[in-house]
Design a protein around this ligand. Sequence first.
Ligand code: ZN
Length: 406
Amino acid sequence: MSEKKFLEKLNELDRKAVEKFREYLRIPSVHPDVDYEPCVAFLKKYGEELELPVNVYYVHEKKPTVVFTWTGKEPNLKSILLNGHMDVVPVFENKWTHKPFDADIDEHGDIYARGTQDMKSTSVQYLEAIRRLKKDGVVPKRTVYVTFAPDEEIGVLGFREFVKTEAFRKMNVGFCVDEGDPSPRNSYIVYYGEKSSWEFIVHCPGQPGHASHMPTNTAGEKARVIMDKFSDLRRAELRKLKENTSLNIWDVTSVNLTKMRGGVQSNVIPEEFCLTYDIRISPTTNSKKFESMIEDWCKEAGEGVWIEYEEKEEQRPMTRLENNAYWDVMRRVAKDFNVPLEPQISLGASDSRFVVEINIPVLSFSPIRNTTYLVHNHDERISIDAFLDGIRFMHKIIPAFADVNE
Ligand SMILES: [Zn+2]
């Protein structure tokens, strides 16, 4: 009932946008084993509607990447890429107050579905902005591509592989926009880099024996050195935050001891203690130096101490904001649009890393504000107003990006 009330209030273009969005949300492109073909069919039809050519590339038989092309006036210039992904993470349906693939609208005008925030919203915001621009008769200077990648949430056969293809090379991308996160404030969050995540176990072996004796070379004494070193680093990073209030959590390296294992019995000196750490390295830290520092700590701790890596992400370059024509344009457009921007380093990882790695600048943002953060959470939702607001912003920023003089 409430649904009708909200839809009737909208003008034709806005109503169309909400309907396309809900249609996309109703496709359960959910892990594991996503069937992408319904998404491909939906997007092909969408392309026909917008009169934009749509190409589908398969890096693997079940992993399509869908590419929309809006050809610019000067197609030889480097192009603009608006990237997104088709997959969504699993749901615990019994924790939802609305069915997660029905795209219901509640009495407050909120649309409920998996993908409303991450990130079917932003993909449709790109396309609906282009629908409006085409209607206005706008032709961009640079060619604009909109891509729909598979498997972003598991990061294996998706965009990582597509960027290595000839098809991608031919797109001649000069700048990329990717997903960010919704902002609970009246602002847009813009990521220009990502932390790299390291998870590892420090193995501290030692001489076992009866605990009534005091042998040298024990696991406990080695573990103590390791814990001191990492705790000192943790305190130093916290001190940086305290002493310089302009710094944020993403500017420092986070250090946390997350697991401790070892020992069999109170009166037996164990043969090993294992300490697990989760470390998120700030993009300004040299990860090679960081690695040799912790290797030195292991040597200092004593004989046989070694590190078993569970995760060790490569350090990623950041997108420079100084002397970045795209960032300058974004700031100007945001000012006109009256939305504050919050440039940040992301604590998580997205497909943007594969683009940054091949030296293409990326600004990652989802034009969604005044929205409670529910990415990967139960009852993921977005208000109709927040969704439409983002289209209006994209309507301003896409041609501005496409017209940048580099
Ligand atoms: Zn996402």
